[in-house]
Design a protein around this ligand. Structure first.
Ligand SMILES: CC(C)(COP(=O)(O)OP(=O)(O)OC[C@H]1O[C@@H](n2cnc3c(N)ncnc32)[C@H](O)[C@@H]1OP(=O)(O)O)[C@@H](O)C(=O)NCCC(=O)NCCS
Length: 193
């Protein structure tokens, strides 16, 4: 197995300037829309307001409302991943949230200087493990832009499957990873965990 290069941890207040600057990087945001009402504070440049809103949402939605920071092992911040529980009857184009199970939707973003080194894949592997290990979700969903093959490939490499009933909605595809599939993959390839 390769040596670990990335670590993940839940958001701390001191990470906010990094996040805000990441979200102001045009290349990063090019294909990474934020779907309405998901995070709720990323457009706030005022750090106090952003932190208060994060805490409010976290108190209301619990551990499933997850903002993770990705770092290199030397501590350098390189990216983030955010997942949020979807409400019942949530739809994304033709895709509908399956009823009565916890489904989290989110994504991963890295600073451009860290792209194409395998760090996105490694980071996403850890994010997925964290989510299935620390929340009660039964499924993860990601909405990569149809012109964002890097994102699609990262998600595919960690086990997500394309939802094929719909080509795209507002230019975004949907990819799913159920807990059952995740467990099956990791049972077959013991050692990936
Ligand atoms: C998506 C993102 C996280 C990918 O991270 P990364 O560290 O560059 O990805 P990796 O180096 O792990 O590459 C994973 C795979 O994607 C492929 N890939 C990377 N960049 C690619 C590109 N521009 N075009 C096609 N394939 C690409 C790699 O070749 C690799 O596949 P392989 O193992 O089959 O060769 C990064 O590009 C990013 O932060 N983009 C901006 C934010 C964003 O769009 N996030 C997704 C929102 S849904």
């Amino acid at each position: 197995m390769h040596e670990k290069r990335v670590t993940i941890a839940e958001l701390r207040e001191e990470d906010l300037p990094f996040l805000i600057s990441l979200w102001h990087t045009a290349e990063v945001m090019r294909y990474a829309d934020e779907f309405p009402r998901l995070r709720g504070w990323s457009k706030s440049d005022d750090l106090r307001t952003a932190w208060d809103k994060y805490q409010e949402n976290r108190a209301a939605l619990g551990r499933e409302y997850t903002q993770l920071i990705l770092r290199l092992v030397d501590g350098t911040r390189v990216g983030e991943s955010f997942f949020v529980p979807l409400p019942e009857r949530y739809t994304f184009g033709k895709w509908k949230k399956p009823g009565h199970i916890e489904v989290l939707m989110g994504d991963i973003k890295l600073k451009p200087e860290y792209w194409r080194k395998g760090l996105g894949t490694e980071g996403m592997q850890q994010v997925v493990r964290w989510l299935f290990g620390n929340t009660n979700c039964s499924m993860l969903v990601v909405p990569p832009h149809r012109k964002n093959p890097a994102a699609q490939r990262v998600y595919e490499k960690v086990g997500f499957e394309l939802y094929r009933e719909m080509r795209s909605w507002r230019n975004h595809k949907v990819m799913e990873l159920s807990r059952q599939r995740y467990d099956a993959i990791h049972y077959e390839h013991d050692g990936l965990r």
